[in-house]
Design a protein around this ligand. Structure first.
Ligand code: FA5
Length: 351
């Protein structure tokens, strides 16, 4: 091999071994491998000045040197890359002893928590959850529940009417935001008749009402309905008593008073002894010793018939209770508007 090629190869390889970082490696590449002015290119150019018969041998030798120093360059490049990575990893190791950032977890709304507690208690007594619509026809919300047009009982449930036309008329009164969960009674009866029924019907209700610390224009109710043969008032009272004890503590006492609802006959209001004073009388129970927990009664024969059940064969009980007002008692919340105010200071206190 030509002496100049041997010298070139040796110099290139020893300088390559001495290149310890990317910058030195790049300088080496330009010096030896660059097309313009690189030592190897210059050695190739020298070919032209040689006598014709020497050229093949020289050509082969130059190619061998080129392959050797290119391979050495690729190898050195890999070595330096690996060394740089190693240095970076060991220099910036993660400190696993640092405390992590606390993720901010959401939580269930206090109403949802209460509803779930109600579902669990009634599930133990064999009640399924039945979903009924928020927007009802006038018939389901009133008529089929034994509240015909112009009946004075409609005044108890003044509400919002829903228009289906682009130019709503005040007289248009066929669709309504339900004022109570009771219309679901008719829906479930018509769907299940003549099977026996044991369901709860939770959901939002809407009333055209002045908003105060105790009254919202939207609130939750939970209806209960049992229909079958030989269902009696004592079944209703036993169910409500069991509910009061599971929800508010063993030993809770229940009392019933006569009341009036167009869709139950007879109708009752169920009260339990005050959870704060135990019946002695305090500000929460207005010094009566009792707190109202539900309106209830035996399903009216007209309502049973509207649901498809023959009232001579079947009977049933129904009850309806609020969700926010009992929660207000339980957690001593003094204003119902907090439930819908989206104030985190309130919401974060639950759960
Ligand atoms: C009813 O709505 C009857 N449908 C209940 C019923 C069902 C009786 C089945 C018999 C058989 P009432 O209007 O009393 O009844 O409402 C029931 C509960 O809903 C109340 O006790 C109260 O807890 C809640 N409630 C009523 N109006 C509001 C309001 N504006 N804001 C918050 N809660 C309310």
């Amino acid at each position: 091999m030509h002496e100049n090629l041997v010298a070139l190869r040796e110099a290139a390889l020893s300088e390559l071994a001495a290149a310890v970082d990317a910058e030195a490696l790049e300088a080496w590449r330009i010096k030896y491998l660059s097309r313009k002015g690189g030592a190897l290119s210059e050695a190739v150019k020298a070919l032209a000045a040689l006598p014709r018969e020497e050229r093949p041998v020289y050509g082969q030798a130059v190619n061998a040197v080129k392959a050797a120093i290119e391979a050495a360059f690729a190898k050195r490049q890999e070595q330096l890359k690996a060394a740089a990575l190693e240095a970076e990893l060991s220099g910036s190791a993660i400190d696993v002893t640092l405390p992590g950032r606390k993720p901010s977890l959401g939580r269930l709304h206090v109403t949802t928590q209460n509803l779930r507690q109600l579902y669990a208690i009634f599930a133990e007594m064999g009640f399924q959850v039945y979903d009924a619509p928020d927007v009802e026809t006038d018939d389901y919300n009133f008529g089929l529940l034994n509240i015909p047009p112009y009946h004075p009982a409609r005044d108890m449930w003044d509400t919002f009417w829903v228009s289906q036309s682009a130019t709503p008329q005040p007289t248009e009164r066929s669709l309504v935001m339900r004022t109570h969960t009771s219309p679901g009674q008719i829906r479930v009866m018509r769907e299940r008749c003549p099977e026996p029924i044991r369901v709860i019907l939770p959901g939002k209700c809407y009333r055209y009402e002045q908003i105060t610390a105790r009254s919202e224009h939207q609130f939750y109710q939970m209806e209960g309905l049992a229909v079958g043969k030989n269902i009696r008032m004592t079944d209703l009272i036993g169910t409500l008593q069991q509910f009061a004890r599971r929800m508010y503590g063993a030993g809770r006492r229940l009392r019933v008073r006569g009341s009036y609802f167009p869709f139950t006959e007879p109708s009752i209001e169920a009260d339990m002894d005050c959870i704060l004073c135990g019946g002695k009388g305090c500000g929460v129970c207005k010094y009566t010793g009792w707190l109202e927990i539900a309106g209830a009664g035996m399903v009216h024969p007209v309502v049973l018939r509207n649901g498809g059940y023959d009232p001579d064969i079947y009977s049933g009980f129904a009850f309806g209770m609020g969700v926010e007002r009992p929660a207000m008692l339980k957690y001593k919340i003094n204003d119902i508007r907090y439930f819908y105010g989206n104030d985190l200071r309130f919401l974060e206190q639950f759960g």
